[in-house]
Design a protein around this ligand. Structure first.
Ligand SMILES: [Zn+2]
Length: 132
């Protein structure tokens, strides 16, 4: 790969990383968990749920130190909490993407260094390698 392609690719990787950093900085609140809908009994005597017609409820869960906590949430809060749990996924995704290109960046930086050092008209070649 020639130097200019390495430079272009390095810049491309940095631009992608900047996008991931922007995604991380744009997140203002998150919940490490999720939301699901289930059905439950309320426990009141004579309620329809006692005969098997269960009440639908929304459950928010979060994980902390390997433990999962749950609580029921109101229908009108599903969207808001769903955004927080979704933002947690986005956050982790952006974090993973941020780590990935480091190896490739270093490889490109090393290729550029090697290319600069071995360029026929490069300063090292001019000073140290005669007859080229
Ligand atoms: Zn009930």
């Amino acid at each position: 790969m020639d130097i200019s392609r390495c430079r272009q690719e390095l810049k491309g990787l940095l631009a992608k990383q900047e996008k991931e950093v922007d995604a991380i900085l744009g997140i203002r609140g998150l919940i490490k968990g999720g939301i699901y809908k289930t059905k439950t009994k309320c426990g009141k005597k004579g309620c329809k749920c006692a005969k098997g017609e269960l009440h639908p409820i929304w459950v928010l869960y979060r994980s902390e130190n390997g433990k999962t906590e749950t609580r029921s949430i109101k229908e009108e809060d599903v969207y808001e909490y769903g955004r927080y749990t979704g933002d947690y996924q986005k956050y982790r995704q952006a974090r993973a993407e941020l780590v990935k290109p480091h190896r490739k960046q270093l490889m490109l930086v090393d290729l550029i260094e090697e290319g600069l050092r071995k360029e026929k008209r490069g300063i090292e070649q001019k000073l140290f390698v005669k007859g080229r």
